[in-house]
Design a protein around this ligand. Structure first.
Ligand SMILES: Nc1ncnc2c1ncn2[C@@H]1O[C@H](COP(=O)(O)OP(=O)(O)OP(=O)(O)O)[C@@H](O)[C@H]1O
Ligand SMILES: [Mg+2]
Length: 216
């Protein structure tokens, strides 16, 4: 795993850092030419910046795909979540349950988004809730997948959360929008022990049409 990380770090450095550096040079050259009134050359540099950034985008996507958690790749979302609960929650003394009633089969990109959503919900419970019990329920029904993450912690005021400046819930919202799904969170500070209930739901997409990004 460490070796894999080192390889990715090297690749990141070799390809992407190089390309970004090249882009700064193109940008400087472009500005110089524009300053001297040579708009033709200036435009050419702009085009090269565009091409190079397209290249960087492609490389980033590949790397991000490679960084998919190994457990997710090998065991699917249920296996990966189960491993996470073993590795993190139970070690922290939280009584954690994973509930699912049939094998869950999802397109891999969807699986990854949902795994990240569940991971953030778990991180939040661990960081903020001081919960003693936690459950994740994952179910598919009528072409929908639904994940519920519930804790019995201190809860929070959902009306005030936008001012807290955290990225986690915003990311969950964005991921669910990308999946054409929904995200709700119910929590209250006035009923201790009720904790927080997070629910996400999304239509299970056809892997044939969503397996690859639509743009290069
Ligand atoms: N399960 C939870 N129990 C108690 N409070 C929560 C829970 N989930 C979220 N919160 C509250 O909502 C806030 C916003 O959560 P969010 O994940 O967006 O940000 P964060 O966790 O503070 O930071 P980040 O996710 O960027 O590391 C948290 O700071 C916390 O106050
Ligand atoms: Mg968070």
């Amino acid at each position: 795993m460490l070796e894999e990380r080192n390889r990715l770090a090297r690749e990141l450095h070799d390809s992407i850092v190089q390309s970004l550096y090249t882009m700064t040079l193109f940008a400087e050259a472009g500005v110089r030419n524009a300053d001297h009134g040579d708009t033709v050359k200036g435009t050419q540099y702009m085009e090269r910046i565009g091409e190079t950034s397209q290249q960087v985008l492609k490389e980033m996507r590949l790397l991000v795909f490679e960084l998919r958690p190994l457990a997710l790749e090998q065991e699917g979302i249920v296996g990966a979540l189960s491993q996470r609960l073993d590795d993190v929650e139970r070690r922290a003394g939280v009584e954690a349950r994973l509930i699912f009633d049939e094998p869950i089969s999802l397109p891999s990109r969807m699986e990854e988004e949902l795994y990240r959503v569940a991971q953030e919900a778990l991180n939040n419970s661990l960081k903020h809730a001081a919960a003693t019990h936690l459950s994740i329920r994952i179910a598919t029904n009528d072409g929908l997948v639904e994940i519920n993450v519930e804790d019995d912690g201190v809860g929070f005021d959902t009306d005030l959360v936008n001012q807290s400046g955290g990225m986690g819930l915003r990311n969950i919202k964005e991921r669910m929008e990308r999946l054409g799904g929904s995200f709700t969170i119910i929590s209250s500070i006035s009923s201790p022990g009720e904790g927080t209930k997070l629910r996400v739901r999304a239509p299970i997409s056809d892997p044939q049409t969503t397996g690859e990004p639509a743009h290069p």
